[in-house]
Design a protein around this ligand. Structure first.
Ligand code: ADP
Ligand code: MG
Length: 461
């Protein structure tokens, strides 16, 4: 019947909309979402399989290789049970005939159903457990607080607010609390959500008149783990909704754990009442890990993923020494080295490690060394570096010389006098004059400003 099939279509697109929102919340990058997920057409969300149509076979491969587990997890979350994902490509002639068979690619054999929690939201990363978390002086206090909360949810500290820079283990700890609480009480309703996804879901709920369902979902959990609340900055209505959710949970003695990249008071455009709620619990931070902790993390990951490949101690030490303030980068580099080792069937040498490291650490001083600025400018203007630095005032060197002085002041720590000295002992007033000319010209001459921007991107590249 026509109306039935329209209903089905509507339901499919509504559910697919929810899946997309969840995918978006999960992916780090909006670009990835736009490129790979936006073009997907849902064909059928059946009881056993989800059938999707993508533009071409490249999509099939790419999604298969990069996004299948995430997509599958989200589908399980939204639909309440694991489903097989079937991707097919759009036929050359877009036929709507029911009999036209689409080429279907089976990506994975049907698997045993994975159980999801009652509200279907508690998808915790299997690796982010307390067991896999390395404790060192940089995180031991926060780790202890997390354990206390996991042991006595709603009683120890409520809320627990964890702040730290990127890649220092906030999300890992949130999931670890979730695992521990779930492990102790299988029926505990654990909800992990990023503040971004919370926001997206709320917007979706408002647009689709589902605010009640939204509220019920978040106000009926035993443990709410909300990640990256700095995302709520400036989003007034989400903050308001979150505030009420927060109060409802706290009044019911349900545990709330929050993370952010800064302490509550430093999050811009965060309502005072939320700041004060956060401060009522325990606010704790994770610091930059010290060398021992970084080494211990590397060793642990090697055991987990090494797959028989060994990295020599001097290689591990090199990584730990060079990547200091982001464990995600540290691990990323390690995983690449391990992959390289297994591809080449050989042990990784320090030299190979140095090469891989180049993608992760950018030694600022080298890239923007004064000599490099001089040679780059000279090359761009087709003059010799000697002429650039000399005392002659030939017309062809005047502008590049001013540009070089300007860039030296922008990108190095050199003083006016030091910059002057590089140009045949000119004094600081000449350098000031040069910088002013360049700044003036930038405002009025578009092709000049293009040229300068080109130079800057070459230097920063
Ligand atoms: P954040 O959420 O603070 O940006 P994550 O929790 O995503 O950081 O951590 C980044 C990566 O580093 C994850 O793979 C995580 O498992 C790992 N990691 C961070 N801290 C530790 C630690 N102390 N022990 C083991 N792994 C860690
Ligand atoms: Mg995180």
């Amino acid at each position: 019947m026509a109306s039935q099939s329209t209903q089905l279509e509507e339901e499919t697109s509504r559910l697919w909309g929810e899946i997309l929102i969840a995918v978006q919340g999960r992916l780090g990058s909006q670009q990835t979402f736009e490129t790979w997920f936006k073009p997907i057409q849902p064909i059928r969300l059946g009881p056993h399989a989800v059938e999707l149509e993508v533009p071409n076979s490249f999509f099939v491969d790419w999604i298969h290789q990069h996004h299948l587990p995430a997509l599958r997890a989200v589908v399980a979350e939204v639909l309440g049970a694991d489903r097989e994902i079937r991707l097919s490509t759009r036929g050359a002639n877009v036929s709507t005939q029911a009999t036209a068979r689409r080429p279907t690619v089976e990506l994975e054999p049907p698997q045993s159903r994975k159980s999801v929690s009652p509200q279907g939201d508690s998808l915790l990363h299997p690796r982010y457990t307390f067991t896999n978390f390395v404790v060192g002086s940089s995180n031991q206090f926060t780790h202890a607080a997390c354990r206390a909360v996991a042991d006595r949810p709603g009683r120890a500290y409520n809320p627990l607010f964890i702040f730290a820079g990127s890649g220092l283990g906030k999300t890992h700890l949130l999931h670890a609390i979730g695992h521990a609480v779930q492990g102790a009480r299988a029926d505990a309703r654990v909800c992990y959500v990023s503040a971004e996804r919370f926001t997206n879901e709320m917007i979706y709920a408002i647009q689709h008149a589902q605010t009640l369902a939204f509220r019920n979902k978040y106000r009926n959990v035993d443990l709410l783990l909300i990640d990256d609340v700095q995302f709520l900055a400036g989003k007034e209505s989400t903050q308001e909704e979150f505030f009420y959710t927060f109060n409802a949970l706290r009044d019911a003695h349900k545990q709330i754990v929050v993370t952010a990249d800064k302490p509550p008071k430093d999050i811009p455009k965060l309502e005072e009442r939320l700041i004060s709620r956060f401060n009522q619990g325990l606010v704790t931070d994770i610091k930059q890990p010290d060398l021992e902790t970084r080494l211990a993390i590397l060793r642990k990951r090697c055991e987990e993923e090494g797959d028989g490949i060994r990295l020599a101690d001097d290689v591990l030490l090199l990584l730990a020494d060079r990547i200091r303030n982001n464990i995600r980068d540290l691990e990323g580099c390690l995983v690449r080295l391990l992959a390289l080792g297994s591809l080449m069937h050989q042990d990784i040498s320090v030299v190979m490690a140095e090469e891989v490291l180049e993608d992760y650490v950018h030694p600022e001083p080298d890239r923007l060394a004064p000599e490099r600025i001089l040679t780059t400018v000279a090359e761009a203007y087709g003059v010799k570096p000697d002429a650039l630095c000399g005392r002659r005032r030939t017309h062809s060197v005047v502008q590049p010389r001013q540009v070089a002085m300007y860039l030296l002041r922008q990108f190095t720590e050199l003083s006016l006098a030091e910059v002057g000295a590089m140009f045949g002992g000119r004094d600081h007033t000449t350098v000031i004059y040069a910088c002013e000319r360049v700044a003036e010209r930038l405002n009025i001459d578009a092709s000049f400003s293009d040229k300068l921007n080109g130079l800057i991107s070459t230097l920063e590249g």
